[in-house]
Design a protein around this ligand. Structure first.
Ligand code: GDP
Ligand code: ZN
Length: 295
């Protein structure tokens, strides 16, 4: 049995990337697999090579997670792209996205793109936000897709993983995708046209790049209200830095409970006021709960 990854799923077409030789085959589900649940991009499969174009899928591995938009299984990392300007940074949007992607059991990485546009004051702002998100426990990568800066760092960080891009429109997601995937993207698009004629692709495709890394060609959420996916009482679980603290009550909502260690950490400046404020906003709590040092 050989191991592969479904990188293309559209109607009856299943593209399987074989790890052994990095070639893409047309996947044909065998009987046992046919009866099972659907196959998605991101599914790890095993099976046998039938000929130089065809791979018989005999088993689909259990999924570690499944993203709904785009529909991709086994997503390791979500690249949440933001800019300081063009478009202006929106930390409330970022925190909503982080909550949702934590909820889907992915590891979000925060990418600040368009750093080439920033003047001195804006660079300071970038540094401030980078520090806030690093302190919260996120990997922060500063990028300029236009100048090809930070792209290698991002490539290294994504090595061996399945990733998708998310973030507001105009922030540079497709520019980053082209940088990551480079020439392979164009090659793929060309062969796509000749192979499929005028049929337009609606499904998600994962592009192989770097060392066994894969990235989705369809972006994830550009904006989202975290409560659409997450119960209000669970939001506290998706602010990573809160998990470092042991409050008196294990189900502490970090709002009005006595001996709340998270609130204590906000007072001491260990947890940022900005993050805590957005936590309160997401769970629709009263902002007068903000400790004095955050007012
Ligand atoms: P998307 O909507 O998130 O996919 O954003 P695009 O990749 O389409 O980029 C939107 C616009 O921003 C385009 O005009 C890009 O040329 C521009 N852009 C993308 N990345 C950068 C960058 O790093 N620096 C600058 N100055 N412009 C960029
Ligand atoms: Zn608490």
């Amino acid at each position: 049995m050989k191991e592969g990854l479904v990188i293309d799923r559209e109607a009856q077409m299943i593209g399987v990337y074989l790890f052994e030789n990095k070639k893409v085959y047309r996947g044909i589900p065998r009987k046992k697999v046919l009866k099972k649940t659907k196959i998605y991009a991101g599914d790890y499969v095993s099976g046998t090579v039938v000929d130089d174009k065809t791979f018989a899928i005999e088993d689909v591995k259990e999924r570690k997670n499944f993203l709904v938009r785009p529909p991709v299984a086994n997503v390791d990392k979500v690249i949440v792209v933001m800019a300081i300007k063009m478009p202006e940074f929106d930390n409330f949007l970022l925190d909503n996205l982080l909550v949702v992607y934590e909820h889907f059991d992915t590891d979000p990485v925060v990418v600040f793109n368009k750093i080439d546009l920033l003047d001195e004051t804006e660079v300071k702002e970038l540094e401030k936000w980078s520090q806030i998100y690093s302190q919260a426990g996120y990997r922060v990568i500063k990028v300029s897709a236009v100048k090809n800066e930070g792209i290698q760092q991002l490539t290294d960080y994504l090595e061996g993983s399945i990733a998708v891009l998310a973030g507001p429109s105009g922030v540079g997601k497709s520019s980053i995708l082209s940088r990551l995937v480079g020439v392979q993207l164009e090659t793929r698009e060309v062969s796509e046209k000749t192979e499929r004629g005028r049929h337009t692709t609606t499904g998600v495709r994962l592009f192989p790049f770097g060392e066994n890394s894969f990235i989705g060609d369809t972006p994830g959420f550009s904006s989202v209200d975290a409560l659409y996916f997450v119960d209000k009482k669970d939001v506290r679980l998706y602010f990573r830095e809160f998990l470092r603290y042991n409050c008196k009550f294990p189900d502490c909502t970090h709002t009005r409970e006595p001996d709340c260690q998270v609130r204590e950490a906000v007072r001491k400046g260990e947890v940022s006021c900005e993050r805590y404020r957005n936590y309160l906003k997401i769970i629709k709590e009263d902002l007068s709960l903000l400790p004095e040092n955050c007012q």
